[in-house]
Design a protein. Sequence first.
Length: 392
Amino acid sequence: MTPLKILRPRTHNLCDSPAFEEALKAAAENADDVDRHARFPKEAIGALKRAGALGWFLPAGANARLEQLAEATFELSRRCSATGMVFAMHQIQVASLVRHGGHSSWMNGYLRRLDEEQRLIASATSELGVGGNMRKSLASLESDGDRFKFEKKATTISYGAHADDILSTMRRSPEADSGDQVLVLTHFSEMEREPMGEWDTLGMRGTCSPGFTIRAKCLADQVLPVPFATIAAETMVPVSHVLWGHVWLGIATEAFDRAQSFVRVQARQDPGKTPPTASKLAELSVCIHQFRTLVSTALAEYVKLLDTENAAHLSSVGYAVRINNFKVAASELAVEICQGALRICGFLGYKNGGQYSVGRHLRDAHSAALMIANDRILATNASLLTVYRDTI
């Protein structure tokens, strides 16, 4: 008798596939070298492309759920935070295109190419002269015959020298207010790029995100039809915070695991006695469990609000405050846990290399507070809370 064949959805266990396991292996094996030389994690990203992972969120791809992207982000970040962050940033751009890109023949054709060619999408929401506020732009679209043109001085472009395409924010027109923004998709092969500085940073060195002055022309179909304010509120900001949270949780989890391994070795060296570092590990376990709960709660709330009946709540003041609070709390917990792991591992944690080293993790975790700066987020929440009446 032929056994019954169970058909699984094509989104099942994406992170358990052999191809994704190869990406995890490549990320782990090259993480220290990527950090040391501030180079792009080409081995891991190449493996992700072979796994089809850059198109996972596309309906024509794996049609993955956000929960699966979050799991993949977490697992990659445990091995190499730069790889996890590049994967997360790319998926944020894909989510913006899938949900707000419209249904023109050009955009539909691009999404097919994205899946078939595993194109990597960068982001340019920063700009010289706006003080790190992605909700303001100086650059603008200008009519140029049957096309548009623009020039933008982006202070950082995520892995800009290694991407295929880029999503850039700018004013709708030269006459538009600085907050009247659109999101534009262009190909790097069709634009001019002038570097603005180098990427030599404390942490997240492998993300390779220096600034560029970019100049390009584009068709009307390359301008997303939805205002950037809506894209930011409904997709870009919450998906960024949720996936970034999984990057930081991955970093913190790996640091905690190294500290736990260190304590276990100490315990085996003196059987019957609890090492002094064990109490510090117990305290740190409280933080890591709080962090996991915080991240899973934020993910679950966003997924729930994506339901058509609840989608309007994504633009509410209450949700904006909550997702902002999540980002601040997650970024601070990541540093706290890595710092705690360093205190447990001591000098072996302080040294670069070795199974107990957490220096890379601590340096990478410090980037979290700067990605949409916590001070700016708290200032935004301060303004929102003066008008918000309900319980957060």
